[in-house]
Design a protein around this ligand. Structure first.
Ligand code: FE2
Ligand code: FE2
Length: 221
């Protein structure tokens, strides 16, 4: 079993690449993609898999895939999932993983983008998709001047809290979001996130679960 804290999360090269991904995307005016996002996606991926009682090995693959899913942004924002898979193979080969485990991680990283043919190709991939798309919040907006916000900035800025829960008995994955409707309406959220939410629903289907979206205590999906 890979010691995630030392071998992945504690790898100084990986963390420099993640920092540079965040910096490069900042030059494009994109949302925060720092180590914080990597940690959140890693943790939520693990929570989903653990919550559905996948074995420890699969959970550890999810932890790694979640942490590394955006590393391809070091090359370019576009097709960063695919770039990330190619880039990370030599690193994964150094870890104590078998080829099947490595394949699962590569498939998960390469399939996490909704606009580049992202598809749930294995359970880890499905969990990474849901974990990634659920990380919506105010902290991710880097612009200070609200008048310069693009729609995606505005919606993220409006989100005050997100909570992702897994109910294994009901086979239900729930994303609960608290939105400040003075900043963005619920419809504004949907306009930006509908393709991501469709992908989450398909990912939940793959995991033999339903996907539920609750905004301000009202079930909307
Ligand atoms: Fe991404
Ligand atoms: Fe991401």
């Amino acid at each position: 079993m890979v010691n995630f804290q030392t071998a992945v999360c504690g790898d100084s090269s990986i963390n420099i690449y993640l920092k540079k991904c965040h910096d490069f995307l900042g030059e494009m005016g994109a949302l925060e993609h720092s180590q914080r996002h990597a940690e959140i996606v890693s943790q939520r991926t693990t929570d989903i898999l653990k919550g559905l009682e996948f074995d420890d090995y699969t959970c550890s693959l999810g932890k790694i895939a979640g942490y590394l899913h955006d590393i391809g942004n070091i090359v370019n924002r576009y097709e960063h999932g695919r770039a990330g898979s190619f880039l990370i193979l030599p690193f994964l080969k150094k870890l104590n993983l078998d080829e099947v485990g490595i394949s699962v991680i590569l498939g998960a990283i390469g399939n996490h983008e909704e606009n580049s043919g992202g598809h749930s190709v294995n359970a880890v991939s499905a969990a990474v998709l849901i974990a990634d798309k659920s990380d919506v919040n105010r902290e991710r907006v880097r612009k200070a001047d609200i008048s310069t916000f693009k729609p995606r900035d505005r919606v993220n800025y409006a989100v005050e809290e997100t909570l992702l829960t897994v109910d294994k008995n009901k086979k239900l994955i729930t994303l609960s979001i608290l939105i400040d409707q003075d900043i963005s309406s619920v419809m504004g959220y949907f306009e930006i996130f509908i393709t991501k939410m469709v992908l989450c629903r398909r990912a939940a289907d793959y995991l033999k679960c339903s996907f539920e979206l609750i905004i301000n205590d009202t079930k909307v999906l």
